[in-house]
Design a protein around this ligand. Structure first.
Ligand SMILES: Cc1ncc(COP(=O)(O)O)c(C=O)c1O
Length: 372
């Protein structure tokens, strides 16, 4: 194992965007074309991403959160509706629900996969429930067959939040393509990036048209004629240019992510006091963030102290998400013991697809030595 030299080693970042090929050339091309708002790269990104996902329609957006917002608006989710979201996840789906006047209702998550399950979602259904939003956390994919079956039986909409799961598959199907609408984020840390950006996919031409309508001021054919109160959720051409170049290299990016995950797994899977996020046999993940749950008996200093001490050793990690119950000022009182446990004990490690074997070794060495 490599010795960690605190004085000389530079910080290993939790994530860092990487340019794989044509990014600079395409951005310059977009810039010089003077099409710096909309433009040909936006259309190309939508077509290329549709090809990649095998989806009929792709509606790009300024980020993953606005992609969610378009999806909610297109499905008519609004005042007084309840939207079931996970208690442990990045909270965009809950926050967008609030923005459209709906009420986020928090489901528990599975303590091993960290995704919502149909059984837990069912407990949250009331006569006011309008939609379920499974979030595919860290690149895992929720049990979509069961969730879709439940939604069909109870006549509910489903939006997959695949922001963190670009390229992951469930029973061979792309994350984000199994529900009425799926959304993705192209944020700088994500598997494919445009800096800021996102997209929604749907097999429904009607829903896609409505998302496009809301994306651009509610105007369709007649300029300055607003059919609905739309927004400006559009992705700029220069951002899309970055995405086109990234998509050209998506197989390489996902292969590198698989290499990084396999390397971490081989080093950490049998370490006492550490439990890696579990992926079921039905999931073929592109792991976006390599995350694990620590056992507080092995790490009595706690997760937050571990994050700090690893930073002092030159390694940037991230804590797991705050569970919904820890933010009563925003989401009200909740009882979510499984989400709370993950909220206290999950940590994610540097996960860039460009990490070297030596860097992974260094991260694992510091983590393992942090046990008391
Ligand atoms: C699960 C999830 N949903 C939605 C989003 C929102 O995406 P964006 O940051 O592109 O708005 C994120 C982003 O971090 C996310 O992780």
């Amino acid at each position: 194992m490599m010795a960690v030299d605190r004085m000389t080693s530079k910080l290993i970042p939790w994530a860092s965007p990487h340019y794989w090929g044509n990014e600079e050339r395409y951005v310059l091309d977009a810039f010089r074309s003077s099409w710096i708002s909309g433009g040909a790269y936006v259309e190309r990104l939508e077509a290329d991403f549709a090809g990649y996902c095998g989806s009929r329609n792709v509606v790009s957006a300024s980020n993953g959160t606005t992609a969610l917002h378009m999806a909610y608006l297109a499905l008519g989710i609004g005042r007084g509706d309840e939207v079931i979201v996970p208690g442990f996840a990045f909270m965009a789906a809950a926050n967008v629900a609030i923005h459209v006047g709906a009420i986020p209702v928090f489901s528990e998550v599975d303590s091993e996969t960290w995704g919502m399950t149909a059984a837990d979602v069912e407990k949250c259904i009331t006569p006011r429930t309008k939609a379920i939003v499974p979030v595919h956390t860290y690149g895992n994919v929720c049990e979509m067959d069961e969730i879709m079956e439940l939604a069909k039986r109870r006549q509910l909409h489903v939006i997959e939040d695949a922001a963190e799961a670009i390229g992951s598959r469930y029973k061979g199907k792309m994350a984000g393509t199994m529900a009425e609408i799926g959304i993705y984020s192209f944020h700088a840390t994500k598997t494919i990036t445009t800096g800021e950006g996102g997209a929604a996919v749907s097999e429904s031409d009607e829903l896609s048209a409505r998302m496009r309508l809301y994306r651009s001021h509610g105007m369709s054919t007649k300029r300055y004629w607003h059919e609905v109160a739309g927004h400006n959720f559009r992705l700029p051409n220069m951002q899309a240019a970055i995405g086109c170049a990234q998509l050209e290299m998506v197989d390489r990016i996902t292969a590198e992510r698989a290499r990084v995950y396999a390397s971490y797994k081989s080093k950490l899977v049998d370490v006492d006091g550490i439990r890696l996020q579990k992926f079921s046999d039905q999931v073929d993940p592109v792991v976006w963030a390599i995350a694990l749950e620590i056992d507080l008996k092995a790490f009595p200093q706690g997760r937050d102290a571990l994050v700090s001490s690893m930073k002092e050793s030159g390694i940037e990690t991230r804590p797991g998400f705050y569970s919904a119950s820890t933010m009563p000022h925003l989401y009200g009182e909740q009882s979510l013991p499984r989400s709370d446990q993950l909220s206290r004990c999950v940590i994610s490690l540097p996960s860039s697809p460009t990490l070297t074997e030596e860097e992974i070794e260094q991260v694992c060495q510091v983590l393992v030595r942090s046990r008391k």
